[in-house]
Write a protein that binds this ligand. Structure first.
Ligand code: FPP
Length: 241
């Protein structure tokens, strides 16, 4: 059975995990970081080549300032604690999202992680930070408009490939499987363009409880799906695909 080349995850349910235990939400986010470690390990072991994690959305700035600052702190904690190990495991770290409004300390840590691991060839770990799917498309549109205005590009000839190549995910294959934990069934402005043909799997478990077992369950559900990319099953049979 085929393993999806690219898995993207909306890590949802940290707050509920903590609240159910009578704890503050940050405790859930902290446990969420441990689940990130588990997910990265499992992805590598299961043969996934690209793993994209939705760590902080453009909309998450609307949360209470303390929670925003805790989430920023946890990303810094993760990079500082785990970067050497990720590098040792030959994992390449990439970051997608709008970097312009990030504080210099976060920006330099993320850049350091990308620089250190840029030649690594095992799993690619893509961290979506200050990311929004619509914002990604808007920034791509601006890049293309600037190229058209400078005469570098014919506006009438703009193709899907030109748009893909202008998104933060340029060069990264589209996700095959998009997982969301916590039972919610929404895309929440994640990878809107890129997820056009992704299979969606919604798991009931809260993100801090996600581990190898939940990852395997999602892959199993994916493997039972019939991916047709707009074709019919009979066409697939006739084409032998
Ligand atoms: C959603 O749970 C989770 C987030 C908004 C943040 C996810 C962040 C982490 C797991 C930690 C940092 C990330 C990395 C890559 C180290 P929620 O708070 O919306 O939960 P709720 O829906 O139960 O309230």
């Amino acid at each position: 059975m085929s393993v999806p080349q690219h898995v993207a995850i909306i890590m949802d349910g940290n707050g509920r995990w903590a609240e159910r235990r009578g704890q503050v939400r940050t405790v859930g986010h902290r446990r969420g970081v441990e689940a990130v470690r588990e997910a990265v390990k499992a992805a590598g072991e299961l043969g996934v080549q690209y793993l994209t994690l939705f760590a902080f959305s453009s909309e998450n700035w609307r949360r209470p300032p303390q929670e925003v600052s805790d989430l920023m702190g946890l990303l810094k904690f993760f990079v500082r604690r785990d970067l050497a190990e990720l590098h040792q495991e030959n994992i390449r770290v990439r970051v997608i999202g709008d970097r312009d409004s990030l504080k210099p300390d976060i920006l330099s840590l993320l850049t350091e992680a990308e620089e250190l691991t840029k030649a690594n060839t095992a799993l690619q770990l893509i961290i979506a930070f200050n990311y929004g799917g619509r914002d990604d498309i808007v920034r791509a549109a601006r890049k293309l408009a600037a190229r058209a205005a400078s005469g570098d590009l014919d506006a009438d000839g703009i193709s899907e490939a030109d748009i893909s190549d202008s998104l933060d995910t340029a060069g990264i294959p589209d996700p095959d499987l998009l997982i969301r934990t916590s039972g919610e069934q929404r895309i929440s402005n994640f990878l809107l363009w890129q997820a056009a043909y992704a299979e969606f799997v919604f798991l009931p478990c809260l993100w801090p409880d996600f581990g190898r077992g939940a990852f395997e369950e999602a892959l199993h559900i994916y493997q039972c799906r019939d991916r047709r990319f707009g074709k019919t099953t009979s066409q697939d049979l006739a084409l032998g695909t």
